[in-house]
Design a protein around this ligand. Structure first.
Ligand SMILES: Cc1cc2nc3c(=O)[nH]c(=O)nc-3n(C[C@H](O)[C@H](O)[C@H](O)COP(=O)(O)O)c2cc1C
Length: 309
């Protein structure tokens, strides 16, 4: 199949300008290798591995299977500072080409990553944070739009992507609600150099989500998503039926999860974005990428013809 190229996807050596976004508790090393084989950028949060040793083993496992690029997400304020620096050093030792920083100031991480030749992406929901992250050394900014899975913003992707692009010198990566090739075509038309898909890849064979979670993703509509700060204190999108007070879930269990906090919350209260409306099947990552590329090609070919006069 054809390649789809942007300056940033070329810089990274990707076949397609697509990132399988990091997802707490769900992304895993198998997804990263499947993404590498499919020609896109696989990622995961370092915290998906419980200990530093397990994280190191996961990187060694990935490196034994692919020399293609992948990314690791370091969640700055959510990670114990010692573990954070340790995970960064482990990434650099294994020559992880992309470090994705979120929830905090990336300056120090960017300085160290650049010294080792890595590229830094940072995610934001506002221009103001994007400008700070650019100043702090981020090489590309991920604009997380309204409706995204995980912690999401409130700005429509129709505005966020071109707005960030207009005000930033570094490339923009579009995140939020992208689940089809048609949306990839529109994101690139809006000025993004990469697209960042989380929810669509929950419904992949390789993803660590339990089967009922994957099924909820492929069966849902936008009305099944709730945007709330009740779970973690930061606004995020969740499958409504798993949030206490929002649906018929076992409330005592989920209420208990909220009270106990930490990873337990995200295990029992399932996050996903409005893109569930367009994710229709559970498939291996390679097959999802083939669909995305075919849909992209069809979307471009299906645009109304430009008539003179
Ligand atoms: C279950 C879940 C967990 C997530 N965990 C993280 C995380 O640990 N770190 C992070 O930077 N983003 C996280 N995100 C956000 C994604 O990286 C990405 O921005 C988002 O999924 C894109 O929107 P989409 O889900 O509509 O495709 C998470 C998203 C989901 C759905």
């Amino acid at each position: 199949m054809a390649r789809i190229r942007t300056p940033l996807s070329d810089r990274l050596g990707l076949r397609y300008p697509i990132v399988c976004a990091p997802m707490f508790l769900l992304s895993n090393k198998e997804m990263i290798v499947a993404c590498a084989e499919a020609g896109i950028l696989g990622t995961m949060p370092s915290l998906n591995l419980r200990t530093r040793e397990e994280f190191r083993e996961a990187l060694a496992w990935i490196r034994a299977r692919t020399d293609r690029p992948f990314g690791i997400n370091l969640t700055i304020k959510l990670t114990d500072p010692e573990r954070l620096m340790h995970d960064l050093e482990t990434c650099l030792e294994f020559k992880v080409p992309v470090i994705i920083t979120s929830y905090g100031n990336p300056s120090e991480l960017a300085r160290r990553a650049h010294a080792a030749g890595a590229i830094v992406f940072h995610d934001v929901i506002h221009l103001q944070h994007a400008l700070k992250a650019q100043e702090a050394g981020a090489d590309a900014i991920i604009g997380v739009a309204a409706g995204a899975g995980g912690h999401a913003g409130t700005t429509s992707p129709f505005v966020l992507v071109p707005y960030l692009r207009e005000h930033l010198q570094v490339p923009v990566i579009a995140a939020g609600c992208i689940a089809t090739g048609r949306q990839i075509a529109s994101s690139l038309a809006l000025g993004a150099e990469l697209v960042y898909l989380g929810t669509r890849f929950i419904a992949s064979t390789e993803c660590g989500a339990e089967e009922a979670y994957k099924k909820a993703v492929i069966q849902g509509s936008p009305d099944d998503i709730v945007y709330t700060d009740a779970v973690s204190g930061v606004h995020a999108n969740f499958l409504k039926h798993t949030v206490p007070g929002q649906g018929p879930a076992d409330r005592s269990q989920t209420q208990q999860a909220i009270q106990q906090g930490g990873a337990r919350k995200w295990k029992e209260i399932w996050s996903a974005g409005q893109g569930i409306a367009l994710a229709r099947d559970i498939k291996p990552i390679g097959a999802i990428v083939e669909d995305l590329v075919r849909e992209y090609v069809d979307a471009r070919a299906g645009l109304p013809a430009l008539e003179e006069g």
